[in-house]
Each structure stands twice: as C-alpha cells, then as structure tokens.
Design a protein around this ligand. Structure first.
Ligand code: AP5
Length: 228
C-alpha cells in the first residue's frame, strides 16, 4: 500500500541527534511508502538561501549549532503543511525539538483532523556522530545524502539518484559545531523521548548498524501503520 491507497494520513516523527540517520532514513521511507519528508533543517536552509526574514534570523543561530527559535521554526513548518502534497502523511525529520514545538505540533495536526501515529527514536552513540556528520555531503541537485566513508555513490562523482555531478557540504558540519548540536539535542530534544513514551507512541530502534538494516527495521514499523 502506498500513500495513494492509504485510508488516512500517517504522520511519523524521527527523533535522534545530529548524524543519527534521520534524513537518510526519511528519504528511504519516502521512496518506499510515499510519505513526504518534512525536514525543518532543510526548510530553514531554504529560508537562509532565499534570504527571507526567517532565514536571516536563523542563519547565525544555525552556524553556531544552536536551536532556532520555536516561533521561526513553527512559522516555516506551518507554511509547508499548507501545501497539498503533505495531505497523505509526513515523516517529520528534526521536528519537534522542544516541548513547545511538540505541543504546537499536536495543535497543527488536530486542526487537520490528524495525529502523530508513531515516534521513532534512532538510538546511536554520540562518539560516532562527529565522524558521521563531518564526512557527510549531498547531491546539489536532488539532495541525496552521501558520506566520505560510509555511503559513497556507485560511480565516483555521480549521484546514484539523479546522475548529477555537483555535491555540497553544510557549513555547520564541522566537529566543533556538531558538539554544540549534540549538547542542544541532549538538553532540549532528548526529553521528548519520555514525552512520547508516556503517550505510548514511541519505538526505539538501534541505529548504529548498516543503513539498509536500519531501513528494514523502520519499514516494519511503518508497514504496520500503513497496512502495507
Ligand atoms: P538539521 O538539518 O535537522 O540537522 P541535525 O538534526 O543536526 O541532523 P543531521 O541532518 O545532522 O543528521 P541526520 O540525523 O539527518 O543524519 P543523516 O541521515 O544526514 O538541523 C540543522 C540546524 O537547523 C540545527 O542545528 C538548528 O540550528 C536548526 N533546526 C532544525 N530544525 C530545528 C527545530 N525543529 N528547532 C530549532 N532549530 C532547528 O546522516 C549523517 C551522515 O551519516 C550522512 O553522511 C549519512 O550518509 C551517514 N549515515 C547515516 N546513517 C548511517 C549509518 N547507519 N551508518 C553509517 N553512516 C550513516
């Protein structure tokens, strides 16, 4: 069953520190189940590149590895949720990151007669995340993610997905900023694991293994939700 045949929208949250594999797995789930990946990091980087007021306010905060204000993040997310492609369901990647965002999300979904169906916490070792994030690069054309060591294109210099040949790295993917991002995760976002656990929507998935093995574990959870 794909998004076309699902009876109601399915909304999934991927929780995890920088480098946990949220973006990698969200894109794989998008391809497999037709849900739409909503990455607040991508939305904010889009706003920065477009030079919008939200982007101008977010830029220096993101470069430091700190969290952008709830007000700005909620505004960009709400705007994205108004686009028709998300009607069938979403994979929230990097959102919510604070208790205030989690509460606001409930309201945004309730206004659409929707809810959070599952929250998946990707369980990783912090020590390995600096290497994962520092080695990351993405296709400049389609955004497919790669890694210097762990996930290289089948043909060097050519994107597997769109055959593009331009790649880019994020300015916040350096060791010092990753450590700040990890601290922000533990102080402000990790408490959401207990928040969702108490609601009975949380699953923990070990995410230090191979990308394809983790994708299979997530696929089982999402299949159960969608009936696929
Ligand atoms: P955001 O873009 O969300 O970054 P992040 O949460 O720090 O997460 P990453 O994108 O670094 O990691 P990921 O888990 O997606 O890992 P990936 O799959 O790419 O946020 C950036 C900034 O925006 C924040 O710091 C903040 O300032 C702001 N922001 C965003 N949302 C916000 C919000 N809601 N509130 C406030 N501020 C917000 O994988 C990483 C690398 O590892 C890749 O190269 C990949 O190929 C590789 N990899 C993946 N899985 C594996 C594996 N199993 N084994 C080996 N390598 C792997």
């Amino acid at each position: 069953m794909t998004a076309d045949t699902m009876t109601r929208p399915v909304n999934l949250i991927l929780l995890g520190p920088p480098g946990a594999g949220k973006g990698t797995q969200a894109r794989m789930l998008e391809d497999a189940f037709g849900l739409v990946q909503l990455s607040t990091g991508d939305l904010l980087r889009g706003a920065v590149n477009a030079g919008t007021p939200a982007g101008l306010a977010a830029k220096s905060v993101m470069e430091k590895g700190e969290l952008v204000s709830d007000e700005i993040v909620l505004a960009v997310l709400e705007e994205r949720l108004q686009q028709p492609d998300v009607a069938a369901g979403t994979i929230l990647d990097g959102f919510p990151r604070t208790a205030a965002q989690a509460e606001a999300l409930d309201g945004l979904l309730a206004a659409r007669n929707q809810q959070i169906d599952a929250v998946i916490s990707l369980e990783v070792d912090d020590d390995a995340m600096v290497a994962r994030v520092s080695g990351r690069y993405t296709c400049a054309d389609c955004g497919e993610g790669y890694h210097d060591e762990f996930k290289q294109p089948a043909t060097a210099g050519v994107c597997d997905k769109c055959q593009g040949s331009s790649f880019k790295r994020r300015p916040d993917d350096n060791a010092e900023t990753v450590r700040t991002r990890l601290s922000a995760y533990h102080a402000q976002t990790a408490p959401l694991i207990e928040y969702y656990n108490a609601r009975g929507t949380l699953s923990k998935v070990a995410a230090m293994g191979a990308i394809d093995d983790i994708a299979k574990a997530l696929g089982k959870i999402v299949s159960h939700l969608t009936g696929a």
